[in-house]
Write a protein that binds this ligand. Structure first.
Ligand code: SF4
Ligand code: FES
Length: 256
């Protein structure tokens, strides 16, 4: 009786799987503040074990869950949708959940602090009320008097005019990167203007002129100095400065 032939490849050890990445140390320095115990904010350093696919949000979770439960920050979706975790990371406004460790220079500490220009409440949390007050003032909802029997039809071309500004997640990264907003908390700020744009240029809406009047105010679009900080900060890639320029032109025309 002959031995059954054994295919050589069946016994060979397949060892071409990529080697698992080992974690590496990252120093994260966070600007801490607790109004009940601190007279001034201060910087506190933590060291975390990270993988290149981790995000700053993962580093914050590791700190909060394993090292220091007093650290306070906002987050919800963890996937760039809810807009609740905008913060300054190495001096630039970004979403913590969209900032990959591998995209940062980790040979140096990573500095994380709250966004600027809104009242600091605690650690990485600011009071968002002034931001949402400005948002509400531009009437960010569709206003139409007719009551159609079926949906309001809009052409693809008309929809495209305001497509970019529909992407806003109200994270405040743009408004709190704006030097005019830092020095003058009265300015509506880029996010409110972006959301006004979304309805001003909607062919189904009838209150464009009301919003243009609101934004023609001394705290409105004319405070914009076109520094482009807002466009650079936007995690949704919205051309914020362009939207503001389009609203300025509409104000000058007196119509959308
Ligand atoms: S325009 Fe961009 S940066 Fe500004 S609030 Fe909306 S999503 Fe955030
Ligand atoms: S946690 Fe929702 S956008 Fe980052």
């Amino acid at each position: 009786m002959t031995e059954p032939a054994t295919a050589p490849e069946a016994n060979a050890v397949q060892n071409d799987a990529p080697e698992a990445e080992k974690p590496f140390k990252v120093e994260v320095v966070i600007r801490r503040y607790n109004a009940e115990t601190d007279s001034e904010p201060y910087w506190q350093s933590y060291t975390v074990d990270m993988y290149s696919t981790n995000r700053i949000l993962d580093a914050l979770h590791q700190i909060k869950w394993e090292q220091d439960s007093t650290l306070a920050f906002r987050r919800s979706c963890a996937h760039g949708i809810c807009g609740s975790d905008a913060m300054r990371i190495n001096g630039r406004n970004r979403l913590a959940c969209k900032t990959l460790i591998k995209d940062l220079d980790i040979t140096k500490p990573v500095y994380v602090e709250a966004i600027k220009g809104l009242p600091l409440e605690r650690d990485l949390i600011v009071d968002m009320d002034p931001f949402f007050e400005a948002y509400k003032e531009v009437q960010p909802f569709l206003q139409a008097t007719d009551k159609p029997e079926k949906e309001r039809i809009q052409s693809i071309a008309d929809r495209a005019i305001f497509d970019d500004t529909t992407k806003c997640i109200l994270c405040a990264a743009c408004t709190t990167s704006c030097p005019v907003f830092w020095t003058d908390g009265q300015y509506f700020g880029p996010a409110a203007i972006v959301n006004a744009h979304r309805f001003i240029f909607d062919s189904r809406d009838e209150e464009a002129s009301t919003r243009l009047d609101i934004l023609n105010d001394k705290e409105g679009v004319w405070r914009c100095r076109t520094t482009f900080n807002c466009s650079e900060a936007c995690p949704r890639g919205i051309e914020v400065t362009k939207a503001i320029a389009e609203v300025k032109q509409a104000v000058l025309r007196g119509r959308r």
